[in-house]
Design a protein around this ligand. Structure first.
Ligand code: PLP
Length: 360
């Protein structure tokens, strides 16, 4: 930190993104991207004619894409907010809905960005422990104490909180916003989008980064009551009105037009997830029952850190969180069948090596 940085940020620990090696030599299963490319419609849409329009600013309201999303999710276009990745919505929400008297509550094991936003804005954060089986106990979120942020399915566990529990949390927080981060909802979970019609405090956040194969385009969206969308716009127009570039808006429209393609990709990823889960369990791994495009796994014969390192040495990149309770695990993104076969093969090699060492 230089001597010019405000002292406000002296203790700030920024978010550490998963590794993005630029030489592309790894089987990359560490940041939950889709292993499949964007749809043919997206590739076609990003043509020279679209690039030529880059001299003009994009539509700051993004109406064309909002109308398409509204039709897909059966809400009004005024219920949709577009953002530069869904991280931006979380950022805006912490800024808009929290302050000295309104703190934030989220699970102790969840998306690593939540505590960073709380620290950035000096917001008091209460981290509620997950149960021993890594599921969320809804009770502590039902006290109308502060903004609630829940990833559903949760990351990095992949476990889902049932819709009726989400409804209970929304109903018991009449004075606070409840954010439901549905980044991984398209891989087998039940979306709570329809609940926004009943609960004006419910903000459902989704992204094009995972199920829609567009992590590089940076596009997220929120679905909520008109009032909450207006609040987010208030923040957006006070920071960066053109937060989504033209090419990303165009790609987003084409992506929503090719919903069937993405549904098929998600089905394939879920099928691969079940196959890999079964094989890992056969090899003696504990695998949490994920409804996301990743799995949390652990085994008694190897530590999480050693599994991460061993796989990396063999060219497979997974994610390890050096954090209490999940230190023994690694998180593995579900890739193509071919990628997962390499992962399984390298994992089996590590087990053989461990057995050989134990015999010595
Ligand atoms: C990936 C992810 C996001 C953010 O994705 P964007 O690329 O910023 O849209 C948000 N929440 C969770 C839980 C995630 O895993």
């Amino acid at each position: 930190m230089s001597r010019f940085m405000s002292e406000r940020f002296a203790g700030l620990h920024a978010y550490t993104p998963g590794e993005q090696p630029q030489d592309m030599q790894y089987v990359k299963l560490n940041t939950n991207e889709s292993p499949y490319p964007p749809s043919p419609e997206v590739l076609e849409r990003l043509n020279v004619a679209e690039i030529e329009k880059l001299q003009l600013y994009p539509d700051p309201e993004g109406w064309a894409l909002r109308r398409k999303l509204a039709a897909l999710y059966n809400v009004g276009a005024e219920n949709i907010f577009l953002s530069n990745g869904s991280d931006e919505i979380l950022n805006f929400a912490f800024l808009a809905f929290c302050d000295e008297t309104h703190g934030v509550l989220f699970p102790d094991i969840s998306y690593g960005f939540y505590p960073v936003y709380a620290a950035l804005y000096g917001i008091t954060a209460k981290q509620m422990p997950l149960r021993a089986d890594f599921t969320i106990d809804p009770q502590p979120y039902c006290r109308d104490e502060g903004m609630v942020v829940i990833a559903n399915p949760n990351a990095p566990t992949g476990l889902e909180l049932p819709q009726e529990e989400i409804a209970r949390i929304a109903a018991s927080n009449p004075n606070h916003v409840v954010i439901l981060d549905e980044a991984y909802i398209d891989f087998g979970g039940t979306s709570c989008v329809e609940l926004i019609k009943q609960y004006e405090n419910l903000l459902v956040v989704q992204t094009f980064s995972k199920s829609r194969s567009m992590a590089g385009a940076r596009l997220g969206f929120a679905i909520a009551s008109k009032g909450l969308i207006q609040d987010l716009n208030q923040i957006k127009y006070s920071t960066n009105p053109y937060n989504i570039n033209r090419l990303t808006l165009a790609a987003g429209e084409a992506a929503v037009d090719s919903q069937a393609y993405y549904t098929q990709n998600c089905a394939k990823i879920m099928e691969t997830r079940e196959r890999v889960t079964a094989q890992l369990r056969k090899m003696g791994f504990t695998v949490l029952a994920s409804v996301a495009n990743f799995i949390m796994i652990r085994a008694d014969w190897i530590s999480g850190a050693a599994l991460y390192r061993g796989l990396k040495e063999k060219g497979v990149l997974v994610r390890h969180f050096d954090k209490e309770r999940i230190r023994d695990y690694v998180r593995v993104t579900i890739g193509t069948d071919a990628q997962m076969d390499v992962f399984l093969e390298k994992t089996a090699e590590l087990r053989e090596e461990a057995k050989a060492r134990a015999k010595q």
